[in-house]
Ligand binder design. Structure first.
Ligand code: UT7
Length: 332
C-alpha cells in the first residue's frame, strides 16, 4: 500500500432487531409458501426493525458493540462510513446521525450507496484512507432497514430482504502485521434497470402519483440479477486469486453477499470451492443488503471457522450493477 501503512480489521459487531418474519408469516400476506422460498432462495426467516427504529439506530447499536470490544472510545474514531440504501433520510447522511449519537467528536464520515456491494466498497475505501497515514481507526458500518422499502404486494421481492446492521473497526496495522491484501471493484451501469427504486429522487420526486403507483419500493428483474451475480462473483474471485498467486485452496473462507443460496452455491461450484469453506447464513436473515458481509463474518468468527491468520475473501454484487471483492488476512 502507498506510504507503507496497511489496514487491518480489529473488531466486529452486529445488531439484529428482535422481530422475526418467517416464511409462514409471509404466506398470510402474499401468495407464497415456505417450500418455494426455501428451495428458491434458502431463506427461512428475516428480522424486522420496530416502527420507531431507523437505520442509524441499528448502526449505532452495532458500532457501540464494536467500540466496546475494541476498547476504543468514540473520540478515538477518525471516520465513519455507513454503507446503506435505506438512510434515515436523504440528507443529512446517516453517518452524521451516527457520529452524533455515538459522540464521536473527532470523526468525519459519509454514506456509501453501492447497494449490496456497499460494505465491500466501504472496507476498500477505509483501507485506502488508512494507507495514507498517520495511524487511524475507521468504523465501517453496513446497515439497512430493507423492510421499509419492500412492496408487500410483490411476492418476488418482499420475501427476500430483512433488517440488520453490523460493523467493523478498520485501523492501521503495526509494522510487519498483515491485513488488507487486495481488491477488485467494478460498476456496470447498464444493469441499473434491473434493480432499482424508481421514485423519491430528482428524476421522479415523491408525489401522490408515485406513492399510488408503488414506486417507492424495490423493483427487481430477479433472473437478470441472478445471472450477473453468479458470473461476476466468480470472475472477480478468480481475478483476485490469480493476481496474488493464490488458488482456491489458499482461501480459508469465501464470504459472499447473501442474496440467494442458489447464487452462492453456483458461485462456489464455478470456483470449485467446497461449501464447507463458504459462509452461508441467509436462512436466518435473508438479504440485509449492506449488512450481509459483516453479519456473515460474525457468524464465521463466533463458530470458530475464521481465526487469526485465516485468509478471507469477500465478494458481492448489487444494484447498479456494482460488484466488488476483497481479500483480507484475519487479525484476531
Ligand atoms: O442482493 C441484490 C441482488 N438481488 C439478487 O441477487 C436476487 C437475484 N434473483 C433471485 O434471487 C431470484 O431470481 C428470485 C428469488 C428473485 C426469483 O427466483 P427465480 O428462480 O428466478 O424465480 P422466477 O422469477 O423465475 O419465478 C419462477 C416462478 C414464477 O411463476 P411462473 O411464471 O413460473 O408461473 C413466479 O411468479 O415463481 C413465481 N414466484 C413465486 N412463487 C411463490 C415468484 N416469487 C414467488 C414467491 N412465492 N415468493
Amino acid at each position: 500500500m502507498s506510504n507503507g501503512y496497511r489496514a487491518k480489521i480489529t473488531a466486529i459487531g452486529g445488531y439484529v432487531p428482535p422481530g422475526i418474519i418467517s416464511n409462514h408469516d409471509l404466506e398470510k400476506i402474499v401468495e407464497t409458501n415456505d417450500e418455494w422460498i426455501v428451495t428458491r432462495t434458502g431463506i427461512r426467516e428475516r428480522h424486522v426493525a420496530p416502527k420507531e427504529m431507523a437505520t442509524s439506530d441499528m448502526a449505532v447499536e452495532a458500532a457501540r458493540i464494536v467500540l466496546s470490544r475494541a476498547g476504543v472510545a468514540p473520540s478515538g474514531i477518525h471516520a465513519i462510513f455507513v454503507c446503506t440504501v435505506t438512510p434515515d433520510m436523504l440528507f443529512p447522511a446517516t453517518a452524521c446521525l451516527v457520529q452524533d449519537k455515538l459522540g464521536a467528536a473527532g470523526a468525519w464520515g459519509y454514506d456509501l450507496l453501492a447497494a449490496c456491494s456497499g460494505f465491500v466498497y466501504g472496507l476498500t475505501t477505509a483501507a485506502h484512507i488508512v494507507s495514507v497515514g498517520p495511524p487511524k481507526k475507521i468504523l465501517v458500518i453496513g446497515a439497512d432497514t430493507m423492510t421499509r422499502i419492500l412492496d408487500y404486494k410483490d411476492r418476488s421481492t418482499c420475501i427476500l430482504f430483512g433488517d440488520a446492521a453490523a460493523a467493523f473497526l478498520v485501523e492501521t496495522a503495526n509494522p510487519g502485521e498483515e491485513g488488507f491484501v487486495d481488491f477488485v471493484n467494478e460498476v456496470d451501469g447498464s444493469g441499473g434497470q434491473f434493480l432499482y427504486m424508481p421514485a423519491g429522487g430528482s428524476r421522479l420526486p415523491a408525489s401522490a402519483e408515485t406513492v399510488a403507483a408503488r414506486q417507492h419500493y424495490v423493483h427487481q428483474d430477479g433472473q437478470q440479477v441472478f445471472k450477473y451475480a453468479v458470473r461476476k462473483m466468480s470472475e472477480m474471485t478468480e481475478t483476485l486469486l490469480r493476481r496474488n498467486g493464490l488458488t482456491v485452496d489458499d482461501i480459508t473462507l469465501l464470504i459472499p453477499h447473501q442474496a440467494n443460496r442458489r447464487i452462492i452455491e453456483a458461485t462456489a461450484k464455478a470456483l470449485s470451492m467446497p461449501l464447507d469453506r463458504v459462509v452461508i447464513n441467509i436462512d436466518k436473515y435473508g438479504n440485509t443488503t449492506g449488512a450481509t458481509l459483516p453479519l456473515a463474518t460474525i457468524d464465521a468468527v463466533e463458530s470458530g471457522r475464521l481465526k487469526k491468520g485465516g485468509l478471507v475473501l469477500y465478494a458481492a454484487v448489487g444494484a447498479g450493477y456494482t460488484a466488488g471483492a476483497s481479500l483480507w488476512r484475519w487479525n484476531f
